[in-house]
Design a protein around this ligand. Structure first.
Ligand SMILES: [Zn+2]
Length: 393
């Protein structure tokens, strides 16, 4: 979906700098500039960061204008580059995690992102300190009451269309909409106003991995200049705003930011992802023969009946202590097992969830005790936690 979105945009937007060569400052020069940037950050009182596709390229999310970017390859008739990972498994980069630490340290006050990959929120930047100008593939919003829903799967539509789900607020129940802008859509007023306000308050705007070409988003950082703020640009290509910047660094964003973090004696924390799911056991119809019972076991998303579980590949179900019950492997979503068994004594169902590629561990095992004679349905919330050390790629 992310690439389809880019394709649509490419038909409309200015494509002036496509495939422009990537520039790298020579190592000695780069080191000096990194130190200069660290000092500016240290002295800043209100740092705002403005991010673009270059912040996420090390996460496997393709950029737009680089030599292998989506728009460049399209222009050359080479089609669309393969994303190395689906959005839902892309992990925050070293830069995303460094920004989380800078925010916790009270240095970074606000993040403005042009990316729809949702990685700033996943990494741990608080929602109220983030403006996502082009939306977020994982967020739905209720047009009626304004409630936001952050999903662990990509929302099915783009262009602010209705999604298959409804608001869960008791008196609302309106159809939800996706938040990813289509090429004709105006920037969302709320996010835009917030971003502009923040840039006017900032004494420093750090632009990371953006060619500063998509209007009107690219003009927002310059608002800092009005009140005497500084703009610093870290990007591999020249940008039309370079002339307004106090410092321009041509280097990989991850490399520059990790240099800054070591200069400031700040650590880059690991990324911790917690995947939540539910196990639901339901007794179904009563049979005429009381010795038997029908039941269903479901491993499901917490986001609604039909929502996918992107981090689960398959579920193996076994019944230790009940050798007469057949082991089952559920390899397709929804992960649902229907059985009719002898209704005798309780037993422990053993579930092995095989996790998708890109998860930190390959499976998780769960014991789920059920009482085949009890009349209650059971459900439980479980989670699996993945800890990733972010490394330079
Ligand atoms: Zn609502």
């Amino acid at each position: 979906m992310s690439i389809g979105y880019a394709q649509k945009l490419s038909d409309k937007k200015d494509v002036g700098t496509l495939g422009m060569p990537e520039l790298f400052d020579p190592p000695y020069n780069l080191q000096q500039k990194v130190e200069q940037l660290a000092v500016i950050i240290q002295k800043s009182k209100y740092l705002v960061v403005f991010t673009g596709a270059g912040t996420s390229t090390s996460c496997g999310v393709p950029d737009f204008r680089g030599p292998k970017g989506i728009w460049t390859l399209q222009r050359q008739g080479k089609g669309v580059p393969e994303a190395s990972l689906p959005f839902d498994r892309a992990m925050p980069s070293l830069t995303h995690m460094a920004l989380v630490e800078l925010e916790k340290a009270g240095i970074l006050k606000f993040v403005i992102s042009q990316n729809v990959d949702g990685l700033h929120l996943k990494s741990g930047i608080p929602r109220e300190k983030l403006a996502e100008l082009h939306g977020n593939s994982f967020r739905e919003v209720c047009p009626s009451c304004g409630m936001e829903y952050l999903r662990d799967f990509e929302v099915e539509t783009i262009g602010l269309k209705n999604t298959p789900r409804r608001c869960v607020e008791e008196k609302c129940k309106a159809r939800l909409r996706d938040t990813v802008l289509d090429c004709e859509d105006e920037l969302p007023g709320k996010e835009m106003n917030l971003a502009e306000q923040q840039c006017e308050m900032a004494d420093m705007i750090l632009c990371l991995g953006t060619s500063l070409q998509i209007t009107p988003a690219c003009d927002i950082p310059l608002r800092a200049l009005r009140n005497g703020g500084k703009v610093v640009i870290v990007n591999l290509q020249q940008t039309p705003k370079d002339k307004d910047a106090s410092l321009v660094i041509h280097g990989l964003v991850d490399e520059v930011i990790s240099g800054v973090m070591s200069y400031l004696y700040l650590r880059i924390p690991p990324f911790v992802r917690v995947d939540v799911f539910q196990i639901v056991f339901t007794r179904c119809t009563r049979l005429s023969d009381k010795r038997f019972m029908k039941w269903r076991l479901r491993v499901a998303s917490i986001h609604g009946q039909n929502a996918p579980l992107p981090f689960v590949r398959s579920v193996e179900v076994s019944f230790p202590g009940r050798p007469e019950l057949k082991v089952a492997t559920l390899s397709k979503q929804p992960f649902l097992l229907k059985r009719e068994t002898v209704a005798k004594r309780s037993c422990c169902i053993m579930l092995k969830l095989n996790l998708s590629d890109g998860c930190a561990c390959s499976y998780t095992s769960i014991d789920f005790p059920v009482d085949f004679q009890g009349s209650l349905n059971l459900s439980t919330l479980r989670n699996v936690q993945h800890i990733y050390q972010v490394e330079r790629t």
